[in-house]
Structure formats: C-alpha cells, structure tokens
Design a protein around this ligand. Sequence first.
Ligand code: SF4
Length: 213
Amino acid sequence: MKSRKEVDGIVSWFMKNMPDPGSELQYADPYGLLVAVILSAQCTDKRVNMTTPALLERFPTPQAMAAATAEEVFPYIKSISYPNNKARHLTGMARGLMDKFGGRVPSDPEDLQKLPGVGRKTAHVIASVVFHKEVIAVDTHVFRISRRLGLSKGKTPLAVENDLNRHFPPELRGRAHHWLILHGRYICTARKPKCDACGLSRWCDTFKTRDVS
Ligand code: SF4
C-alpha cells in the first residue's frame, strides 16, 4: 500500500499544479453530460464535442430522444466509435429516464446505473461532476495511472476505485478523478508516458523501477 507521505506528496503536487480540474466534455445540463459521457466510451472528448451540438439540437430533451429510434439517432453519431450500440444506448437511456425518473437525470449513482447504457463509471462521472457526489469514476486513464503510480495494484476498476477511496478523502474524490484523467491524457499516456516531464516521478512506483507497462 502506498504510504500516506507519498499520497500526500501526490495530492500536494496536483493541488498546486491543477487546482481546479474539470471535465473536457462540453455540456449545458445533466442530460447533455449524460449523452456526452455515453458517447465518450473509447472515443476522444474532442470528437464527442464535435458531435453533441447537432445531436442535442435535434434531440434536446430526454422526451425527444425517447421518442426517436436508434436508426434516427445513428446519422448524428456515425463519426463516433461504435455508433450502432451507442444509438441504442442513447434511446434506451432516454426511455429509462422517462419511464423511471420522470424525465429527470437522477443524482444517485445506483439509480443512474438502472438506465440502459449506463455502467458504474458513467454513473459516477455524472454523480460527481453534476451532483458533486463524493465518488470516483475509474476509466481507462484513472485505472492505468493509479496502477503506475502505485496507488493501487487492483486488477479491476472496482478494486482500483476501492483503493482510491482509501487514499483520497471524500472532499477530494471529484478532483482526484479529473487529476488522474488529465495526467493520463497529457503526460502519463498509455504507450509513451512522458516520465521526464512528469512532476509526479518522485512518488511513482513505476518510475522508480522503470517498469512502464
Ligand atoms: S513518472 Fe512516468 S509512469 Fe510515473 S506517473 Fe509520471 S509519466 Fe506516469
């Protein structure tokens, strides 16, 4: 387990260098972020941000999306990865919102996971970013960086989430999610981590052993 001193060093570095991190997905309301997060699976935020304006102009509310077929949604998201599946997820999610929650996006992560196409990671992003719930969403970046730094040896996203919850107090969890995502996106990238430019190297288990994988 990472020592408290090392975790404190990581937190201090992020607090100084990324005091106010946030989502790079553009959205105007909880429904818009939910749509964007569903589209963002295995796709860049940049591509999602290019796609959502026209999609949400055509389907601006859960009611409008729920009334659509996946075939009607598909042309608006065809440049996104897995458009067929995601078109089904979007219409299913919207119908779930209408049927179960009166057309409003719920704030509880467990309720969010009752919606088609919404797994634990997506539910935690929405709960954290929109509703400021003290939960951490573990996506591919968070998973990779946590393991490289030595914050977790977990082999599943849930195991990593549990370790991160032990390291980060509730009030820091929302920020920690963004810290690790942004660090993974720009510095500790999957194929070629920029260790020489990384401010966290002194606390990084991988850097100490030079075993970047
Ligand atoms: S030192 Fe290298 S492996 Fe460790 S967090 Fe930084 S970029 Fe990633």
